[in-house]
Design a protein around this ligand. Structure first.
Ligand SMILES: [Zn+2]
Length: 388
């Protein structure tokens, strides 16, 4: 019997290359000095936060850079969800240090701050001048991204996400010049994460794999990244939750997060991110938790349409799952394992608030890439069913 078409969807035209060289393996942090020298760096600015300093990672990076003859200045004031003031201070620190190379060492916020600081230092003006696609006119300094979480995939993306310091509006600045030249993926660095960070960033990475696999913009090439990212994270996320010191599983998560990040470059994201963002903005639900809570419902909503179901079919075949419903059930189960499963009511969401949340979700950029057209009324039904 012929189930769905095994040859899959007809390939759509594309023009895309991954922009970031990946250096993967336990202990690869030790290569940052020689890699920075290879890029011509003489004076490095390490952009990081105090938690990463306390974990000892910054001192190790500094030692290997100095051993390669590179002067090091440390900017350790990165805050979560960096805003335009953070970016200005980072650019000032880089100017004062006469930096010729940026090292973003930490989670997504460290990498976004390094990208934004690099953009302001080299192109001038204000962050809002670069809000949108391809607005930078001058080349940026080389950036080496060294993630200490396995989540956003920012190390493989040419986007910087920066909030306005007054309005708190998040501005996505996308430009190929913003991408890191090299990403060092050293799984030893991710072992120091608190368990809650492992859970939140891990479920975000898994969600990126699922959403990128099915968007309207996905291509045969981006789907390869999505499918491999899903297989890696699906296998390894439960393992890092039970044994945080499992270096093999940590490495799989880090690769999965990076591959999913690379897929986002080509495919963008979908309706789970649209539904999650208003929950984060209005109720402070952490991004990974917000996405994880809504994702199984979005999979079920999308899969009831034939062309979207075919895309899930490809993902499921890659992961050895029978169909989209099995995928949704597995996502429910992984969310339960992370301890992040919760009804929306627990975050303070009320029935009265749903029309506003649903309208905001329907207006998110990511909603336009969702494989099935989705309206405010659809989002409202999805939120409703998750309320209690
Ligand atoms: Zn995300």
């Amino acid at each position: 019997m012929h189930h769905c078409s095994t040859s899959g969807l007809p390939p759509a035209p594309f023009d895309w290359t991954p922009r970031t060289r990946l250096v993967f393996g336990p202990g690869t942090l030790a290569r940052v000095g020689s890699l920075a020298a290879e890029l011509g760096g003489r004076r490095a600015l390490i952009v990081t936060d105090k938690g990463i300093v306390n974990a000892g990672h910054v001192e190790r990076a500094r030692a290997t850079l100095e051993a390669a003859g590179i002067a090091v200045t440390i900017f350790d004031s990165v805050r979560e969800n960096p805003d335009t003031e953070d970016i200005r201070r980072c650019a000032e620190a880089a100017a004062a240090a006469k930096a010729d190379i940026f090292i973003g060492l930490g989670g997504g916020s460290s990498m976004d701050t390094a990208k934004g600081g690099n953009l302001m230092l080299t192109n001038g003006g204000a962050v809002k001048d670069y809000w949108g696609v391809g607005k930078a006119t001058k080349p940026l300094l080389p950036l080496i991204a060294i993630p200490t979480t396995a989540g956003t995939g920012s190390e493989c993306q040419s986007a910087a996400l920066i909030a306005d310091e007054v309005t708190h509006q998040k501005m996505a600045c996308l430009d190929p010049k913003i991408a890191a030249r090299i990403a060092i993926l050293d799984p030893e660095l991710t072992i120091s994460q608190p368990p809650r960070v492992t859970a939140l960033t891990g479920i975000d990475a898994l969600s990126h794999a699922v959403e990128t696999a099915v968007t309207r913009k996905r291509t045969t090439l981006s789907a390869m990244y999505s499918h491999e990212a899903f297989r890696l994270c699906f296998d390894a996320l439960p393992r890092v939750l039970t044994d945080p010191n499992d270096l093999d599983a940590r490495g799989r998560m880090q690769l999965g997060a990076a591959f999913a990040g690379a897929a986002i470059e080509a495919s963008m994201l979908g309706a789970a991110h649209s539904a999650a963002n208003p929950l984060t903005a209005r109720y402070g639900v952490p991004h990974g938790q917000a996405v994880g809570v809504v994702l199984p419902s979005i999979v079920r909503f999308n899969a009831s349409e034939h062309s979207a179901e075919a895309r899930y079919g490809e993902l499921c075949r890659a992961a050895g799952l029978p169909d989209a419903e099995a995928l949704a059930l597995e996502l429910d189960e992984v969310l339960r394992l992370t301890g992040l499963a919760a009804p929306l009511g627990k975050f303070g969401v009320t029935r009265d608030a749903i029309p506003t949340l649903a309208l905001e979700a329907s207006q998110q950029w990511t909603a336009t890439f969702n494989p099935r057209a989705i309206t405010a009324a659809d989002f409202a039904r999805i939120y409703e069913a998750l309320l209690v």
